[in-house]
Design a protein around this ligand. Structure first.
Ligand code: FES
Ligand code: FES
Length: 160
């Protein structure tokens, strides 16, 4: 099958790959770039664990054609940490025990980041709404919601 050249920014770094026609961004990230933080869950847009930011907006990478990402900026959970410093959302998730099996966690973190980037002081209802497309089978959601609210209050330090 013919491959298509594709360039975009991945967590602030320029990358150039060749993708199969019709392949999705999740496959490109995981198999061609080696960023396995976006998870394969349902592969059909129903679980949210593959969520990434594209030019700052939350998207499901399993439903995003890789070729549509040419020239765009992709952020994943792999880019949240700064050297040894966790992102405040990651710190808050740890402190609130908001990850159990952890399979939903990358998608939850990106959904939460998308929210806080546009609304640094969300209400509880806005947090619930922001993670509404992300399924968690372990936590019951309360610890996740509280972790996002903690981050908004600045309990997790760095905001970026
Ligand atoms: S893997 Fe993309 S929404 Fe489930
Ligand atoms: S922590 Fe297991 S699915 Fe959310």
């Amino acid at each position: 099958m013919a491959k298509t050249p594709l360039q975009f920014r991945h967590n602030g770094r320029d990358v150039a790959i060749f993708v199969d026609g019709g392949s999705n961004l999740l496959v490109a990230l995981r198999e061609l770039i080696g960023d396995t933080t976006p998870k394969f869950g349902c592969g059909q847009g129903g679980c949210g664990t593959c969520s990434v930011l594209i030019d700052g907006e939350l998207h499901l990478s399993c439903l995003t054609l890789a070729e549509t990402c040419a020239g765009r900026s992709i952020e994943t959970t792999a880019g949240l940490r700064r050297g040894p410093d966790l992102h405040p959302l990651q710190t808050a998730f740890m402190e609130r025990f908001a990850a159990q099996c952890g399979y939903c966690t990358p998608g939850m973190l990106m959904a939460a980041k998308a929210l806080l980037d546009r609304n640094p002081n969300p209400t509880r209802e806005q947090v619930v709404d922001a993670i509404g497309g992300n399924i968690c089978r372990c936590t019951g959601y309360e610890s996740i919601i509280n972790a996002v609210l903690d981050t908004a209050r600045g309990d997790g330090r760095r905001r970026a």
